[in-house]
Write a protein that binds this ligand. Structure first.
Ligand code: HEM
Length: 476
């Protein structure tokens, strides 16, 4: 809808929630709308007006707008209730954020990063050693998602016992594998669950899987775990202070497992796949890694941490990660309009938003896939975010003007991802360990990069339509 025009009525599509407003293939629907109507338009979906803004020069006026006008939390509440069956009495998102934010930053971030390195080694090297010295075949998504989620779970939710023994580590591997496989069954059904389109059989299955996850993550079970993160301790205390029952706490912990672990594994999958399909990129990352190893005090087999200073100084890997996320991170950035307001566009126009309507940014279309900003936007170029002198490239332009928000996998503004420091370190550590310890190759070197599972637009990282078989073996 342009100002003065009648609204577009998309018919009787039922209201299904933020992530799902635009049917199965949201990206192509929004692309068509952008071609017809430009960078801002409003659609009527199931009786609600949703204003879609696709001009990255104007995103800042939304993401830095006060909470009293544009509210972020309605989406979180939707996810909580509709997908994860969580209802929290006296839920105050700002209070929760104030309590949780410090647990993901500074000293606590360092503790998380160190624990993640240890846990990644436990699951990656332990599983590979157990399997023996030959080649193992598995799907690359399965490998990336399972190792990252298992290590992430052990890092946030705690390990079996201290001091770590071979036996306790074997238990950590078995238990975290159980958590991953159970979680993954729910994750696979998530788009359908959120859309309310589960078959009767699926519904039964989801019920059983959720029940099992609630048991695995029950506060009573977690009470026995060692080295729990400050993040978990603070979250549990916060739930207890709100008077949340143990049963509801377990549900909230399953929601948090998804919120904290649902994106890193798929991101690492795409990253490794792009490297395997681009030998020049893989060689550049390997060269950087060799450099890190040549300056380390110990051989990689004895390294118990990867210092933050080293992690922060891997520009090639950083560029590869940014390029991967540019191509595969497709969250909807949604805000509920809670008071009549006007958004100023960068070109001087101003659009009125009515209380009760919704606002949606989709940075995946622009800036991330915008041909004006990125030449050949569909193509993976490992050095796209590198300057000739090896420093990070930060200057990208649209309409002749330099862009502030040129890649937005983490969102931006007040609600930018709080876990990004931890997520970036974790993914770098994972790639580092895989490349340092494993030989890894595609089973079929001519394997094409799979299409996206289109039903996942809006949820965060895209997942492939099917997995890609790889083989790996531990280096002697
Ligand atoms: C590749 C991994 C990840 C990606 C791509 C990602 C992306 C995002 C995005 C797009 C948002 C919403 C921004 C908005 O709507 O404005 C967000 C919010 C958030 N993320 Fe992440 N995230 C990742 C990993 C994590 C991890 C590992 C944690 C915690 C351990 C985390 C914690 C959070 C929190 C707490 C928020 C809400 C911030 C708020 O309330 O203002 N994320 N993330």
């Amino acid at each position: 809808r342009r100002p003065g025009e009648p609204p577009l009525d998309l018919g009787s599509i039922p209201w299904l929630g933020y992530a799902l407003e635009f049917g199965k293939d949201a990206a192509s629907f929004l692309t068509r709308m952008k071609e017809k109507h430009g960078d801002i338009f409003t659609v009527l979906v199931g009786g609600r007006y949703v204003t879609v803004l696709l001009d990255p020069h104007s995103y800042d006026s939304v993401v830095w707008e006060s909470r009293t006008k544009l509210d972020f939390h309605a989406y979180a509440v939707f996810l909580m209730e509709r997908i994860f069956d969580v209802q929290l009495p006296h839920y105050n998102p700002s209070d929760e954020k104030a309590k949780m934010k410090p647990t993901l930053l500074h000293r606590d971030l360092q503790a998380l990063t160190d624990a993640m390195y240890t846990n990644l080694r436990t699951v990656l090297l332990g599983d590979a050693t157990e399997a023996g010295s030959g080649w193992q075949e598995m799907g690359l998504l399965d490998l990336s998602y399972s190792f990252l989620l298992r290590a992430g779970y052990l890092t946030l939710y705690g390990v079996e016992a201290l001091p770590r023994t071979q036996q306790s580590q074997a238990q950590d591997r078995a238990h975290s594998a159980d958590v991953f496989h159970t979680f993954r069954q729910l994750d696979l059904l998530l788009p359908k669950l959120a859309r309310g389109s589960l078959s009767v059989g699926d519904k039964d299955h989801v019920c059983k899987v959720k029940g099992r996850l609630w048991k695995l993550l029950s506060p009573a079970r977690l009470a026995t775990r060692a080295q729990r993160s400050t993040w978990l301790e603070s979250y549990l205390l916060h739930l207890q202070e709100m008077g949340v029952s143990e049963e509801m706490q377990a549900r909230a912990l399953v929601l948090q497992l998804w919120a904290t672990q649902g994106n890193m594994g798929p991101a690492a999958f795409w990253l490794l796949l792009f490297l395997l399909k681009n030998p020049e990129a893989l060689a550049a990352v390997r060269e950087e890694l060799e450099h890190v190893l040549s300056r380390a005090e110990q051989p990689v087999s004895q390294m118990t941490t990867l210092p933050q200073k080293v992690l922060d100084n891997m520009p090639v890997l950083e560029s590869v990660l940014s390029e991967t996320l540019r191509l595969t991170a497709a969250p909807f950035i949604t805000r509920e309009v809670v008071a009549d307001t006007a958004i100023p566009m960068a070109d001087g126009r101003e659009f009125s938003l009515r209380r009760g309507d919704r606002l949606l940014l989709f940075p995946f279309l622009s800036p991330q896939k915008d041909p004006e900003i990125y030449t050949d936007p569909e193509v993976f170029k490992y050095n796209r975010f590198l300057n000739a002198d090896g420093s990070e490239k930060k200057d990208f332009y649209k309409d002749g003007k330099r862009l502030k928000n040129y890649n937005m996998p983490w969102g931006a503004g007040y609600n930018q991802c709080l876990g990004r420091g931890y997520a970036i370190s974790s993914m770098k550590q994972f790639v580092f360990l895989v490349l340092a310890h494993f030989d890894l190759e595609l089973v079929n070197p001519n394997e094409e990069i799979p299409e996206f599972d289109l039903s996942r637009y809006g949820f965060g990282l895209m997942q492939p339509e099917h997995d890609v078989p790889i083989r790996y073996r531990i280096r002697p």
